[in-house]
Design a protein around this ligand. Structure first.
Ligand SMILES: [Zn+2]
Ligand SMILES: [Zn+2]
Length: 170
């Protein structure tokens, strides 16, 4: 999704509004915990503030399908990302978060993708009190109660105790 400086210059007050829908299917493939993504609705204002600088504000919205990090269930989650970024044709140093205007063009896609990825939770949970999957029998403990819990904890605890006991004796 590219916008040219020429398009911005043609606007009154050098302010260009852009609305669009973009699909980011490759993000679904590359981000763990993400199972699906609706087309992203993009609503941006591009304001030229000087000859080599454009400020971009606006929002992304859509719906993502997340994979619960505890029980692996898929669940939908609506999201809105507010963004504020700067594009510049001046040299960009390493510490700057600015995006480049190259040959009079602003490539919005990478900027939008980065803002989208930041909005994906690192460890999503389907419900705050999701009990997760039993490490012993593999049951989803939200759906099925199992009695493994005791046997799961005890042997490890005993092993740990004997380990510590052994070290203390030396
Ligand atoms: Zn869950
Ligand atoms: Zn179990």
């Amino acid at each position: 999704m590219k916008i040219t400086m020429h398009q911005i210059n043609q606007q009154q007050n050098h302010l260009l509004s852009v609305t669009s829908e973009i699909s980011f299917d490759e993000v679904v493939r590359s981000v763990r915990n993400l199972a699906g993504l609706s087309p992203i609705h993009v609503d941006l204002q591009l304001q030229k503030v000087s000859d080599n600088r454009v400020e971009v504000t606006g929002r992304l919205s859509g719906e993502m399908t997340l994979i619960c990090s505890r029980c692996l269930k898929r669940f939908p989650q609506k999201f809105i990302v507010e963004l504020e970024e700067t594009f510049t044709s001046a040299p960009i140093d390493d510490e700057s978060d600015d995006y480049a205007i190259e040959q009079g063009e602003l490539d919005l896609t990478e900027m939008l993708r980065e803002n989208l990825v930041l909005a994906i939770p690192f460890a999503p949970v389907c419900e705050e009190d999701c009990k997760g999957i039993c490490a012993v029998c593999g049951n989803n403990r939200n759906e099925q109660h199992c009695t493994c819990e005791q046997e799961q904890v005890d042997p490890r605890f005993e092993k740990l105790q004997s380990l510590f006991g052994g070290k203390n004796q030396k």
